[in-house]
Design a protein around this ligand. Structure first.
Ligand code: C2E
Ligand code: MG
Ligand code: MG
Length: 866
């Protein structure tokens, strides 16, 4: 196994291929070597046999020559003419081999030559072939000379000679001259290749003849050849580079000891080696080709192996993934019979492999999804081959879970067989989380009602449904009255508790098809769908008001709360959702304005009002920037003396297009949108400046009162600093505040009032009688003046009237608390008289003066002083 792993496919294939290559190359090498040896051997055989054949020929030629010599010697009588005739008669025979027959006398002079004239007596005594015989006068031996240029013939010749005896004594020499070329003629009959050579070498080393013919080589002395020496064999081979032509050759030699000659047949190794080389090249070409084939085959095998290995690896990985995947897997055949499952399946469902194999996935069925669901499932799976979705299944322990399932159909490559693979994981927790997220995104945490987001969604849905079905629906905006008071007095927990009870009471007041939502704070909305008649909305609105009006038990305290409702109808009022919301809100605002604890239907005039308000707000912003304000002073008269000793500063808006506007037209809106503080700040600054201009017509007690809004006291932290900046005696300033300011017992308000009072500022309680009219404020706060609202003053006509009684009791109570009383809106003498009778301190009204400009006011004061 280890070996298997160690010697991988590529390694094995490589090894086998290498072995094959080594084998092929080794065989080729041996074959080449063998062939070389064979060729060499044949070459040896050739040169040996060639030397032998040639040798035999040379030997026989020499023998014939010797016979001619011996024969001729017999006819040598010493007579030139006789011999000449003899030679002539033998001419055919002799000239076959030797071109010259000559006879030399005992002194070495030429006696006869078939080539020379009879008179020629050339001295040949110094010639080797003469001297040999002269020196050995008793020996009758054939002598073969080295090649030399014949003195008579003047051409290259080898002399074959025998001595001539007369009377047993040396009497001369008979010579046959042979052209060395003669030996070559026979060589022609042998197959001689380029580079081949045949030589006849004398035992003393001289070259006698050579084929191919090369006269320059005649007589050359050769040394150190293996056939030289006494122990040399008769025949043999050797290799050597020729000293003559530099060619390397294989030589065969054949010795003719009797003649003192050796025949040398040489073959150029290069030429001889050509076939072997060709053969070698051929073999190499073959082997190279085979090597390529092997390499290619190895490559193919290796690649197939690689592919196999890769697919095996892929299969292994796939099976590993299958086994270890966190995704549960289940494989069935085409009939839905389970073939296998993985361990994640077991973990998720609780079923082991053995428990499910052979069964159908139906064992997981929870019966939660109905038949329709499964019918769709199968029809989609069969038509598309796959299915994806959520399935409610049951674990082995009975627990229901939700799985995210993907089913695919897989067809095998080579058969029509198909499998179904199901992959799934548990999404129960995700689903629950999702639901939680959905809940948080769409529902109000406190009341559990739909929040603003879901409300808007429902509203849009309702609009679409209405457009389709031609049905109307109502949108109700609901705001609790004075909810802030409850929050402030009982705390936020109680506030929350109240909101949650309101939420459940509202839910009970409506039908199932309707929607109640919390928009935030103490604002709720209701959508009443499928309206048949407007009257139905009124019924619900009344029911809501009634249900909300019953007491709430908050922290052991009984609390009463009312609400203001605004109603808009879709599509009667508008078909635009955003507009519908705005209309309901406007109607609700009207309910608030007109006394709260009521419902109001939106009307077109409301929309006009709202548009006007919007316009006015914008204009007020511009007015603040451009200081379009003016002050009118209304003098306040002391009843006892009839003197103007105070005045109230009243703001006027010098509007560029609408002309002079009364505070009633814009102060409430300015208060609502928070612009009042800026207006009041401007007023205070201006009043302080005007006080300075009035200095010369008023005494030190003269006071001017300015109206202040409740907001200012709550927000401003540096009231005193603001006043100090104007450099006026603070005793001259009266701040007119309403009960609303005093009702707000927040720390900032109380502190501000205390500080101002200590700094010398006086306070007047304005519009007394219209609000709570609680005298307790007079006790708790340092109020110097109380202003009876003009609505009471206008009804002062007889003692029995309630208003007279009210005024009287207020005046007497105020006096007891050392608070002076100012009556507002005094228009008639009758009223003046009444007030005087009741003991009122000051009066302010048209009966005396209307509010006037600073210039007018100055004049009034100046006139009074004269
Ligand atoms: P208020 O403080 O009660 O002012 C008295 C109002 O009664 C003034 O109305 C005045 O012109 C009017 N008036 C005086 N005598 C008579 C009379 O004999 N008959 C009738 N019918 N009316 C009389 P005005 O100037 O229209 O101011 C209305 C209210 O606007 C003021 O009521 C005050 O609450 C508010 N206001 C005026 N100026 C300012 C201001 O500068 N700041 C603030 N915060 N409020 C102001
Ligand atoms: Mg006033
Ligand atoms: Mg007033």
């Amino acid at each position: 196994m280890d070996l298997e792993r160690k010697y991988t496919w590529p390694f094995k294939v490589g090894l086998i291929a290498t072995l094959c290559l080594v084998l092929v190359w080794a065989t080729a090498f041996l074959e080449i070597q063998h062939n070389n040896e064979q060729e060499h051997y044949q070459s040896e055989q050739r040169v040996i046999s060639r030397s032998r054949i040639f040798g035999e020929y040379v030997a026989s030629t020499i023998k014939r020559l010797d016979e001619i010599l011996l024969d001729s010697r017999q006819f040598w009588t010493g007579d030139w003419s006789v011999f000449s005739k003899y030679i002539q008669s033998k001419h055919e025979n002799i000239s076959d081999i030797a071109f010259q027959i000559a006879v030399i006398d005992k002194d070495g002079r030429l006696l006869f030559s078939n080539l020379a004239p009879a008179t020629d007596r050339t001295d040949l005594s110094q010639r080797e072939h003469f001297k040999v015989h002269q020196d050995h006068p008793t020996e009758d031996q054939l002598f073969i000379s080295k090649p030399l240029i014949g003195k008579v013939s003047k051409k290259w010749s080898i002399q074959f000679s025998r001595p001539i005896f007369k009377d047993g004594k040396f009497a001369g020499v008979i010579v046959a001259s042979v052209d060395p070329k003669h030996f070559g003629l026979f060589a022609q009959t042998l197959k001689i290749d380029n580079g081949d050579v045949i030589s006849i070498i004398r035992d003393t080393g001289e070259r006698m003849a050579r084929y191919p013919i090369d006269e320059s080589s005649y007589g050359q002395k050769l040394t150190d050849l293996p056939f030289m020496g006494s122990n040399a064999p008769f025949s043999g081979v050797f290799q050597r580079q020729s000293a003559h032509d530099g060619i390397s050759r294989l030589y065969g030699f054949y010795r003719l000891p009797a003649n003192g000659l050796t025949i040398l047949a040489g073959e150029s190794t290069e030429v001889a080696g050509l076939p072997a080389n060709e053969y070698r090249n051929l073999i190499i070409a073959y082997v190279v080709a085979i090597s390529f084939l092997i390499a290619f085959a190895a490559f193919l095998i290796w690649r197939r192996g690689e592919e196999k290995q890769r697919s095996e690896r892929a299969l292994n990985i796939a099976s590993m993934v299958y086994k270890n995947s966190s995704e549960a897997m289940l494989i069935t055949d085409k009939h839905g019979i389970i073939l296998t499952v993985n361990s994640a399946f077991t973990e998720l469902t609780g079923y082991d492999l053995d428990e499910v194999v052979g069964k159908t996935p139906h064992i997981l069925n929870s019966d939660i999804q109905d038949k329709d669901f499964w019918r769709n499932f199968w029809s989609e799976l069969n038509s598309k081959g796959s299915w994806k979705g959520e399935v409610y299944n049951r674990r082995k322990n009975g627990e229901i879970y939700i799985e995210q399932l993907v089913v695919d159909t897989i067809f095998t490559k080579d058969s029509d067989e198909c499998f179904r693979v199901a992959l799934f994981h548990d999404v129960t927790r995700d689903k629950n989380n999702q639901e939680l997220i959905l809940q948080q995104a769409n529902f109000d945490g406190l009341t559990g009602l739909p929040n603003r987001r879901l409300f808007l969604e429902k509203l849009n849905q309702e609009a679409i449904r209405s457009q389709r079905g031609d049905a109307k629906f109502a949108l109700i905006f609901l705001d609790l009255d004075h909810f802030k008071d409850i929050n402030d007095s009982l705390g936020h927990t109680a506030g929350d508790e109240l909101l949650s009870i309101v939420g459940s009471r509202l839910s009970q007041a409506i039908r199932q098809v309707d929607t109640v939502a919390r928009m935030g704070g103490d604002e709720f909305t209701l959508i009443l769908s499928g309206l048949v008649q407007i009257f139905d909305v009124e019924v619900v609105a009344r029911k809501v008001l009634e249900q909300l009006s019953s007491p709430y038990l908050l922290q052991a305290e009984e609390v009463y709360v009312s609400a203001s409702l605004g109603i808009a109808i879709y599509p009667d009022d508008t078909q635009d959702i955003e507009e519908l919301i705005r209309y309901a809100d406007q109607a609700m605002y009207v309910s608030k304005e007109t006394g709260r604890n009521r419902y109001t239907f939106f009307s077109a005039s409301m929309q006009e009002d709202a548009a006007r308000r919007m316009k006015l707000i914008n204009e007020m912003h511009i007015a603040l920037k451009e200081e379009q304000w003016e002050i009118h002073y209304q003098p306040i008269v002391e009843l006892e003396t009839g003197k103007v000793c105070k005045a109230e500063a009243l703001v006027r808006w010098n509007h560029p297009t609408r002309g002079n506007m009364q505070p009633g037209e814009f102060i409430p809106l300015a208060e609502e949108v928070g612009l009042i503080e800026e207006i009041d700040a401007w007023m205070l600054k201006k009043v302080c400046m005007d006080l300075a201009t009035l200095n010369d017509v008023v005494d030190e007690q003269f006071q001017i009162s300015v109206n202040r809004s409740a907001r200012e006291f709550r927000h401003s932290k540096d009231y005193i600093e603001k006043l100090a900046k104007f450099d006026v005696p603070l005793e001259r300033i009266v701040l007119e505040i309403t009960e609303g300011v005093l009702m707000d017992e927040s720390l900032a308000t109380v502190e501000n009032i205390q500080k101002l009072y200590q700094a010398g500022v006086s306070f007047a309680l304005d519009d007394f009688g219209t609000g709570y009219s609680s005298m307790s404020y007079l006790r708790r706060f340092p109020v110097a003046f109380l202003k009876i609202d003009q609505s009471f003053v206008s009804n002062l006509n007889d003692f029995s009237s309630k208003d007279s009684a009210f005024c009287e009791s207020i005046i007497s109570l105020a006096h007891k608390l050392r608070v002076k009383v100012i009556a507002e809106g005094v228009e008639t003498l009758e009223q003046v008289n009444w007030l005087r009778r009741l003991g009122c301190d000051y009066v302010q009204g048209y009966y005396y003066f209307k509010p006037v400009s600073i210039n007018e006011f100055y004049k009034i004061l100046a006139k009074q002083n004269t």
